[in-house]
Write a protein that binds this ligand. Structure first.
Ligand code: MN
Length: 295
């Protein structure tokens, strides 16, 4: 563990969208914007089972972390929860989900990752994919049998090799990322990355300092490219604890009416939001969480 002199916070913007093709949104996310936890999950399975899987995984992860369980163990417990429920309910057989999550520890982000949702780091204008996809095409690329360009149009591009809900155990990637003020993180589902290439993602993240607008632009770009899948993006700006919102990056500086959910209101509490608050195309079974200020 590094002995970085500062602690940091994450200021988070989230967007999720059903896309242009799918009937429902099976993605889920969690953003606790005092900077402790960010997560994206992409569920799969018929009859809304994917929605159940992604929501369960995120809820289970949150519960585990709240009890002090390390992220890998919390994700394994989430896997058990999804597997157990899928075995009990016929309609939910075969459901599964990706899960990519980050827990802030001082100035370090501890990332737990299963599947093909992604975490990216934008630092000094350069975008780096932090996580490795657990997907058929990623393995083929690593083996030299497919190029990145070919992978983008390969019919197997949605096939993942690891997910929660499939087996009794799951192999979790755990990565430590030392954060610096000025960094920008992106967590996203494959509904973004199968539609929008990394250079275009980098261009949006670099050119739009307002993270809320950057998140909206990413979703828009995926929809303009066809919106073949549900799209979830979580843009997190890394700031120092002492100076939480850099002036140039503060949407409130020129827009006092902006409803910035990132304000560190001590009265804020975790509220469960109905799906309609974010995405009218989703069903009521869908659950997301976000820390919000009291009105
Ligand atoms: Mn997806």
């Amino acid at each position: 563990m590094s002995d970085a002199p500062t602690t940091v916070r994450l200021l988070v913007a989230t967007r999720t969208d059903v896309g242009r093709v799918r009937a429902g949104n099976e993605d889920a996310f969690l953003a606790i914007d005092d900077g402790t936890l960010v997560a994206v999950a992409d569920g799969m399975g018929g009859h809304q089972a994917g929605e159940v899987a992604s929501a369960m995984a995120i809820e289970s992860l949150h519960d585990g972390l709240a009890q002090g369980v390390p992220i890998a163990d919390a994700i394994e417990a989430a896997n058990t929860a999804v597997v157990t429920r899928a075995a009990r309910e016929l309609d939910l057989r075969g459901m599964g989900t990706t899960l990519t999550a980050g827990v802030l520890d001082g100035s370090r982000l501890v990332i737990g990752h299963v599947g093909d949702s992604r975490c990216y780091l934008l630092r000094d204008g350069a975008l780096t994919q932090v996580t490795t996809d657990h997907s058929v095409v990623a393995e083929l690329i690593a083996a030299g049998e497919l190029t990145e360009a070919e992978a983008l149009v390969d019919p197997r591009r949605a096939m993942i090799t690891r997910a929660l809900g499939i087996d009794a155990t799951v192999q979790v990637d755990v990565l430590d990322l030392d954060l610096e003020p000025g960094d920008r993180l992106l967590l996203c589902s494959d509904g973004l990355t199968t539609m929008v290439r990394d250079p275009a993602i980098a261009e949006i993240l670099t050119s739009e300092p307002d993270r809320e607008r950057a998140a909206a632009e990413l979703v828009e770009a995926a929809n303009l490219a066809g919106g073949a899948d549900n799209i979830t993006v979580l843009v997190a700006d890394v700031v120092t604890d002492a100076d939480p919102v850099p002036e140039a990056d503060n949407p409130d500086a020129d827009n006092p009416d902006a409803d910035d959910p990132d304000a560190d209101d001590p009265d804020a509490e975790l509220e469960e939001l109905p799906a309609a608050a974010e995405d009218e195309a989703s069903t009521p079974r869908r659950r997301w969480w976000q820390r919000r200020k009291h009105a």
